[in-house]
Ligand binder design. Structure first.
Ligand code: NAP
Length: 341
């Protein structure tokens, strides 16, 4: 039997590259979309696999963006839609985040319905951002599950980059579920909703300079000076290798059809990351970065909402990678790649 072919939008992304590595390791063929030939060739070189090919999709937000790529690949039966803008460097949140995310998702699904009738499974990479806003995540009495939705409005989403990102993921995921409900296409939909994704880059050569938005939360700790404030971040994390695996589970496991996987390993604070870096890389950072009040992160975590993803954990069937390993692996890779941190 021919190997199953999986289409991955946004193939050059931090998460997508791990997804592709895991797909290839399991014997799948992969067709990725990238924005340019240069990016496609670079990824092909890194993957060193004949089971990876690419198509150019310059901008997912343009109507018909995926039509030609899908027409060219009638062998594809699974579509993983990971592409979406994830950065806060925007001047107009509606134009730069909301519209590409929502239209990109609609364009992907319409192309599948029209030009990929053989596609049976679609997985959309959504986010915890579509589940809870940080306002309500910061209330200890709240609980968020696979059934929760961020109640952010389009109007509020236009206000700033962070709200723009929350809105982009919420409205893009809603658009995907609405599409399935209204059009009753040939495919089933599942979503993967990760919290902050940490962990090493798929390819060590990328662990240099400024990293992707979420891994940079860890990397930026190395750029602090001893008298800088401890970063006030207090959120939840999941390792990128667990996120990648969940994308495979989302189409391989029939129980995930029509479901959302809420991926969270646990909570973290800026202090917790500092503690791990100071403890495990003291030779390099001692006295150079702040120490704060070691161990005090736990108190702050008590003020946050509960994330109850027991349904997802049962489906995945093993523990998620913990904070120490995800932080140490991220920093160790930066150290190995650059020779210093
Ligand atoms: P990333 O490294 O920035 O990857 C995003 C990918 O999407 C890149 O390949 C990017 O291409 C592509 N892309 C963005 N806008 C595009 C557009 N308008 N047209 C075509 N391609 C476009 O981010 P990531 O962390 O891997 O995120 C991947 C997905 O996971 C996103 O849907 C994100 O919202 C979601 N997510 C991420 C996290 C996290 O903490 N990392 C958490 C929850 C959900 P270029 O690089 O060429 O621009």
């Amino acid at each position: 039997m021919a190997a199953t072919s999986v289409f991955v939008s946004g193939a050059t992304g931090y998460i997508a590259q791990h997804v592709i590595l895991q797909l290839i390791a399991k014997g799948y063929k992969v067709v990725g979309t990238v924005r340019s030939t240069e990016k496609g060739e670079d990824l092909k070189k890194k993957l060193k696999s004949d089971n990876f090919t690419y198509e150019i999709v310059k901008d997912i937000g343009v109507e018909g963006a995926f039509d030609e790529a899908l027409k060219a690949h009638p062998e594809v039966t699974v579509f993983l839609h990971t592409a979406s803008p994830f950065h806060f460097n925007v001047t107009d949140p509606e134009k730069d985040l909301l519209i590409p995310a929502v239209e990109g998702t609609k364009n992907a699904l319409s192309a599948i319905a029209t030009y990929g009738p053989q596609i049976k499974k679609v997985v959309v990479t959504s986010s915890y951002a579509a589940i809870g806003h940080h306002d309500v995540d910061a209330v200890a009495s709240n609980t968020f599950t696979e059934d929760s939705w961020n109640e952010i409005t389009w109007e509020r989403s236009k206000g700033n980059a962070l709200d723009g990102y929350y809105g982009s993921k919420t409205f893009a995921e809603k658009a995907a579920w609405d599409f399935v409900k209204e059009k009753k296409p040939n495919f089933t939909l599942s979503t993967v909703n990760p919290v902050y994704v940490f962990g090493p880059q798929a390819f060590a050569s990328d662990a240099t300079g400024t990293l992707n938005t979420s891994a940079e939360v860890i990397n930026s700790i190395l750029k602090l000076k001893s008298d800088d404030e401890v970063p006030s971040s207090a959120a939840a994390f999941i390792d990128v290798r667990d996120v990648a695996e969940a994308h495979l589970v989302a189409f391989e496991n029939k129980d995930v059809e029509g479901q959302r996987l809420l991926l969270s390993s646990g909570r973290f604070t800026g202090q917790d990351i500092l503690d791990i870096v100071n403890e495990n890389f003291s030779k390099y950072v001692k006295g150079r970065i702040p120490t704060g009040v070691p161990g005090s992160g736990a108190e702050k975590i008590k003020t946050l909402a509960t994330i109850d993803n027991s349904k997802t954990r049962k489906i995945i069937g093993h523990d998620f990678i913990g904070l120490k390993k995800t932080v140490v692996d991220t920093i160790q890779q930066v150290l190995d790649t650059n020779g210093s941190i």
